[in-house]
Each structure stands twice: as C-alpha cells, then as structure tokens.
Design a protein around this ligand. Sequence first.
Ligand code: NAD
Length: 327
Amino acid sequence: MDDQLGKSMLYLSRADVAAAGPAMPQIISAVEQMFREKAEGRTEMPPKIGVHPMPDAFIHAMPAAIVAQKAVGMKWVAGYPENSKRGLPYISGVFILNDADTGFPVAFMDCTWITAQRTGAATAVAAKYLARPDSTKVGVLGCGVQGRSNLEALSVCFPLKKVYAYDTHPERAKTYAEEMRAKFNIEAAAVAQAKEAVIDSDIVVTAGPILRKPHATISSGWLRKGAFASLVDFDSYWHPEALHEADKFCTDDGLQLDHYREIGYFQDIPAIYADLAELVAGRKPGRQAKEERTMACNLGLALDDVATAPLIYQKAVEKGIGVRLPL
Ligand SMILES: NC(=O)c1ccc[n+]([C@@H]2O[C@H](COP(=O)([O-])OP(=O)(O)OC[C@H]3O[C@@H](n4cnc5c(N)ncnc54)[C@H](O)[C@@H]3O)[C@@H](O)[C@H]2O)c1
C-alpha cells in the first residue's frame, strides 16, 4: 500500500503530467481494455453532468470506475470555444484519482494532457475496428491539440504516409504540417479548403469546435468509399446527408449520445450501429467490406480518463515527479 495514503496526495502540473506521460501505445491498450470491461458491465459511469456558463461552452463533471483495475476518479473539465481569442487553449481542467479501497484522493492533476491523449487513443481504438488496415492518408480538420494527438494515435496503428491539414487559421495548418512531417516522417500538406482534406483521405478526423447547431461544412460525396471518419467535434462538421452516407455509424457510448440528443445536440444523425464496447468485445463486427464508409462519433468518456490516469500516476511515482500536498 502507498505509505502516503490518507496523508497526502500527489499534485501533477500540466508539465509534470506530460513528463510522466505513458507512451501512446500503452494508452491505446488501456482504453481498449477498458472497453472490454465496459462490455462485461464491470465499469461504472453516470451520464456526464455539467454547467454551461457561456453559449457553446461547458464545464463537465466526469466520475467513473473500472472495477477490476481498481481505477476510480473524476475529471472536472471545461471547453470554451472563445478561449482561442484570448490565446488560451480550448480545454482546461483537473483530474482527481482516488484509491479504490478507501476512497482517499491519491493524485490531483492537470487534465489537458490526459484529455488530448485518451481522445486520440479512443479514435485509434475505433479505427482499429472500423478503418481499413491499409489506410495511409489522413485528413485532419482542426489542427489543434486533438489534431495532434489523434494523428499520433493513428500513427501507432496504421502505416501512415500522408496527412492533409486544414484549419480556418491557415498558419496553424502550416505549422501543424511542418510539425507532423518532422515528428512522424510522413508527407504533410496544409490545404486551403476543407474539401481537400477529406476527398482523398482514408481516415478523416474532424476536430474543430463543438457546436449545438452544426456548421455542416462536409457535404455528401466528399468522404470516399472505404474511408473511416472520427468525429471528435461531434457532428459539427458534417452535413446530415454526408453523415447518412455512413454504412456503419458508431459511438463510444449510446446512452451518453441519447443524453446529448435530449439537450439539443445530434438532431439528424444515422442510427447507431454499435458502441465501441460491442466492437471491442466482438459482439458486433467492425468493418466487413473494403467499400464501407464507417464513422465513430466518440463523445469522450470519463472511463477513458480513468483508464489513463493511473498510468500517469504510476509513472510519476516511479520517476519522482510532482509535489506532495498534505490532505
Ligand atoms: N470527443 C471527445 O472526446 C473530445 C475530447 C476533447 C476535445 N474534443 C473536442 O475537440 C475539438 C478540438 O479541441 P482542441 O483541444 O484540439 O482545440 P484547439 O483549440 O487546440 O484546436 C482547435 C483548432 O480548430 C481550428 N478551427 C476552428 N474552427 C475550425 C473549422 N471550422 N475548421 C477547421 N479548423 C477549425 C482552430 O483554429 C484550432 O486550431 C473541440 O471541439 C473539443 O471540444 C472532443
């Protein structure tokens, strides 16, 4: 047992979390294993509750537990689309990791790195089951934090050769392309139109702002046959007709999707074919034909964070990172 249990908790700043950070393949495995546990009903996750102090902004409370892994905690995370005008990131917040046996908090950490990495990992898990294994070209729309972590995760699972980068701020797409070219040793093109990032891509990741009323830029006919799309920004980027072209439309949690529908999101999306737990557990087949268009709209689950945070805590303890705060 941790000799500090009940006496102190480990505080990890944003930089500490990144320094401790487990590698992406480990996070993808942890998230995939979590979906297996979820399929067996061995997880607990109440629907996201939150407050909305500004239009299209949110602060969510996200508790969850993975029983077998004794992983339990809660994220308190904000998403503010207007933050970029102030030079601030879209996402901010904290995560509390608890001891499953006593309930005591063991760590208190910045949650931006976890949010970035686990969301990328969830895209990779969905893509493992829904994308063509020979996918080489990725289109990224929204070249921010998620644009980066999603490509990183996809690079773990696919033989990537090229990324098309589109951002409403062209200089961000250019910087992103340069960074990704160097980081993953792939071709990277900053493109001037959203369509150019979609039409030739095997995998499309949309990661702009989440809007209750979609801007619906991506039209029907853009996503080519055989492609997979990860809708990190929900349905905001997609015209309903383009969404309805999907042969298989999946999500990470059907109940959470229903909850979002009730509060005004997702007014015109296809029927859900499967959730990720069903795909990972083999209860429903993923991609079955080369020509299928597949989509995953992962809402981002408290369980993703709870699967990832213990890895960060363990690494931080091993590496002696962070500051002890008395309880
Ligand atoms: N589904 C999930 O699990 C999950 C988790 C975390 C974040 N998100 C969402 O992902 C999105 C991106 O988050 P982030 O942290 O990367 O934000 P970010 O601010 O780091 O990046 C967003 C980028 O999108 C660009 N952009 C804005 N409008 C655009 C448009 N119409 N087309 C192309 N680019 C556009 C911005 O210039 C910026 O570069 C947000 O909507 C956030 O809520 C989803």
